[in-house]
Design a protein around this ligand. Sequence first.
Ligand code: ATP
Length: 556
Amino acid sequence: MAFVVKKTISGNDYYYLNENKRVDGKVKTKTIAYLGKVKKDAKKKAEEIIRKMNKVKKKKIIQIEQVGKLEKVNISIDDMTSFCKRKGFVFRSGDIYGGFSGFWDFGPVGVEMKNNLKKLWWDYHVKNRDDVVGIDGAIITHPKVWKASGHVESFNDVLVICKKCKKPNKADKNEIGKIKCDCGGDYDWDNLKNIEQMFKTTVGLDTLAYLRPETAQLIFTNFKFVYNTSRLKLPFGIAQIGKSFRNEIAPRDFLFRLREFEQMEIEYFSDPNEKCPYKFGKSWILVYSEEMQKKNKEPVKMKFKEIYEKKIIKTDWHAYWLEQEFMWFVSLGANPDNFRIRQHVSEEKSHYALDTWDLEYNFPFGWKELQGMANRTNFDLRQHQENSNVNLQIMNNKGQKILPHVVAEPSQGVERAMLVFLFDSYYYDKKRNNVVLKLHPQLAPIKAAVFPIVKRKEFEKIAVDIIKDLRKDWNVVYDKSGSIGRRYSRNDEIGTPYCITIDEDSMKNNNVTIRDRNTTKQIKVKISNLKNILRKLIDEEIKFEKAGKLISTRIK
Ligand code: ATP
């Protein structure tokens, strides 16, 4: 679209007719004509030129311009680390002092994405369900909690040193004597060390206490209070999101293995004699059972219903929750082909667990645990009942007093989930020449960027009014610096799904343009409808093309 601009040189005003054009995927401003020094004459001339241009335009074939297809790019964990630093997602904690292994800080867009992720988890697992309520427990609690849970005695990691590169590493109990270091060297299995994983601290003068290594135990110790105050009946779940701390021997792979991290956990309690009343969905997933692992067979794709019916997963609750968790990721745009469920082999399973399955993700460094899900029976409630001498039994639906079982314990690290969404949304557009982070709009740190197409007071005023209004509901930014193309690519790279531009048409007809991050298609909408349309787009209630009038762009 063409527009008049004034340039003041040595105190004299000069008027030009400019136009924004997309060249190689980037929007560039080009001067079409010089309009003279007098404002009135310049306006007239401009109108005449624009009229002529419009005539020519009509003769040309009008097509919707769509930038070349987005290319999925699989990057390494190191590339993701530097991308996150460059774009303000995550920084090394204490970086100006050289960093501190296992600790990371979240930057301006990182903290927004992380908050969105936690809220979406909470909505899906707590707010939108009748049978799950939440708590927020203390990070430091009575030290006896950790004695009763078994953490004081046995929450240790086995440290082993590589004979070749001398690097320390952690070995799981089923790996002892069987694995090699990443450098190819052999480990010194004769000199293993047990390292306590809980961080110790002192409360008051000299009371020994621990930073919690998981959020779950706070759920067990509050179990009876929640039950008594929430009018819940079995089966029900208690959820919690919060920090956990583990003194990991070898923190590595960016946000994958941390010493300070956050967990989103549910302890789901039921009467083991009652069946799961919920139906299975229709999703398929790769299954890697203990038998397949021991017989060196490949994982197989199956539906959850089938996995349960064939008794590969022993309880209906366990299969149901694994599907729920998988579906949460997929509903937010994760690629289902990057997931599988893997059963713990007997040698690695915790002593209290009847059966444990991990939801795994195909990270650039291999298939790894994304979420652990154990059937813990009533082990934890029993331990706390015995150690505290408080009766933790509740009524089942037959009026009998029982200690309910935790048939499934979805336990998810916030940072590992964040990595999944970052990897699965990382695309590149050759034409635009920039990364496009195709995050689900609800996960995106910034929902919309608003900018005047050129720096003009009238445009800026409209943009500021729009920003003020949108800010009441979302995190949006006002961006007026740099070329329009630069502003688009800046937002593509941090995953902003929509860019809203203010131009001449906004002044004349109260219209704004919304540009879609994934396709670069643009629609015109009335300013009065903008908020409503944006909400529908963010909630994926409407297709972009149907949300407004598609703007045609000429292709020469
Ligand atoms: P791993 O075998 O990878 O050490 P884990 O089996 O010890 O994990 P759980 O105790 O089951 O992990 O914890 C539940 C979830 O919490 C994990 O699936 C993961 O998402 C997250 N988590 C655990 N430890 C860490 C860590 N050190 N850094 C980041 N997230 C973690």
